[in-house]
Design a protein around this ligand. Structure first.
Ligand code: PLP
Length: 417
């Protein structure tokens, strides 16, 4: 690993090694994380990184783009095949940039957009007051039903009729349930607007056909290529044929400049990999593991927001355990289980403290962990929650977590040694 850097910059080399060791010996359960394959790591650092190109295959602004053209076309074709999309743009630098590309394609400053509230599970780029999008566009937010913690579709429809948004966004960062994409699209179209689904979190599950796809319903579907998609730090947008020209202009020159071709190559590899039986089996296990973890945690007296999960996310309300998200996150970090504090709907705590945590099962499933390990992890979480400041308790849990990671190597092919 990093054979040249090891010689020219040992200090940096050792930091990378240290991070590899951290990941190897931790149970990584941050819902937006997954483990990039050796191929994704290789391609992310390949010589396509040397090439500057802008524009689209066959219509570039720089010479020498013939091979880049072939690679981008290959990736696009693979994405169309995997997702069944009419049109694909693989250029966005991230999930956020993918969203900005759609906004640039279809919105004018001041246009109204309907999106899910951040503290109900939406995303910063869906018009959070702290994101620049809220200054350019008039964002109106819908939330979750207070009893069920499911999207309040009636409220969404009412707000759509009242505000007549140009764009209605579904999808978020901490929503553990399936979304009725058809109903959201209908609400948008009823008032002459467009629908966009941000499937950043669930793209891998959609690609593997483990959960329903938004593609038949939404005008635009945006995504990051990390998270359940298990790819490089990038983004993509899929859309209906009638929006193809607008989307491509929105992404370039609307939102980005030169393409990260090395990352695009890694995306293209993932788009082939997403069609394999192994990827499908992994994604099936991701969902089974999340359901199993939610069930086990419930047995231990945790309150699972919305009563369970349909995807890779388990959102816990910790108030029944009388601890905050921050305390639980920090205690679990000490133990070697990495999760993040997260706002729960109508959270009385501030975002830096929170009453909840968000847990994801992608990385552990990639490592080969299954339902028995989810039972063990739920047990560790329960013991940590019972005495989060008791060092003896935490050290006992830490030893158990370490034993688990030793049984499930992060890179079983050993090629990063
Ligand atoms: C729903 C949603 N959209 C967009 C993003 C942004 O993705 P990225 O971090 O790739 O910019 C995220 C990730 O945090 C997300 O959860």
């Amino acid at each position: 690993m990093l054979k040249y850097t090891q010689l020219s910059d040992p200090e940096l080399y050792h930091l990378v090694r240290e991070e590899l060791e951290r990941q190897e010996h931790n149970i990584e359960m941050i819902a937006s994380e997954s483990t990039e394959s050796e191929e994704v790591l290789e391609l992310s650092g390949c010589v396509f990184a040397n090439k500057t190109t802008e524009g689209y295959p066959g219509a570039r602004f720089q010479a020498g783009s013939q091979v880049a053209d072939k690679m981008e076309r290959l990736g696009i074709q693979r994405a169309k095949d995997v997702f069944g999309a009419d049109h694909v743009n693989l250029q966005p630098y991230s999930g956020s940039t993918a969203n900005y590309g759609v906004y640039a394609a279809v919105l004018k400053p001041g246009d109204t957009v309907l999106g899910m509230k951040l503290d109900h599970g939406g995303h910063l780029t869906h018009g959070s007051p702290s994101n620049f999008t809220s200054k350019f566009y008039n964002f109106v937010s819908y939330g979750l039903n207070g009893d069920t913690a499911l999207i309040d579709y009636e409220e969404l429809e009412r707000l759509a009729r009242e505000h007549r948004p140009k764009l209605v966004i579904a999808g978020g960062s901490a929503y553990p349930r399936l979304i009725d994409y058809e109903r959201v699209a209908r609400a948008a179209h009823f008032v002459g607007g467009l629908s966009m689904v941000d499937m950043a979190h669930v793209a891998g599950l959609v690609a593997a056909k483990v959960i329903p796809s938004p593609i038949p319903h939404a005008d635009f579907v945006t995504s990051s290529t990390t998270k359940t998609f298990c790819g490089p730090r990038g983004g993509m947008v899929l859309c209906k044929a009638r929006h193809a020209r607008a989307l491509d202009r929105g992404v370039f020159p609307g939102a980005i400049s030169s393409i990260h071709l090395n990352i695009m190559a890694a995306k293209a590899w993932c788009l082939k990999n997403a069609a394999t039986p192994l990827f499908k089996a992994t994604m099936e296990q991701v969902v089974k593991n999340a359901a199993s973890l939610a069930k086990e945690l419930t047995k231990h007296g945790f309150r699972v927001v919305s009563g369970g999960t349909d995807n890779h996310i388990v959102l816990l309300d910790l108030r029944s355990k009388k601890i905050t998200g921050k305390l639980f996150q920090d205690a679990l970090e000490y133990v070697g289980v990495t999760i993040n504090k997260n706002m729960i709907p109508n959270d009385p705590e501030k975002p830096s403290v929170t009453s909840g945590v968000r847990i994801g099962t992608t990385s552990v499933s990639q490592r080969g962990m299954k339902e028995p390990e989810m039972t063990d992890i739920a047990g560790i979480m329960n013991r940590v929650a019972a005495a989060p400041e008791d060092k003896d308790n935490l050290n006992g849990c830490k030893a158990e977590a370490l034993k688990m990671t030793a049984r499930f190597p992060l890179y079983p092919r050993g090629s990063l040694d």
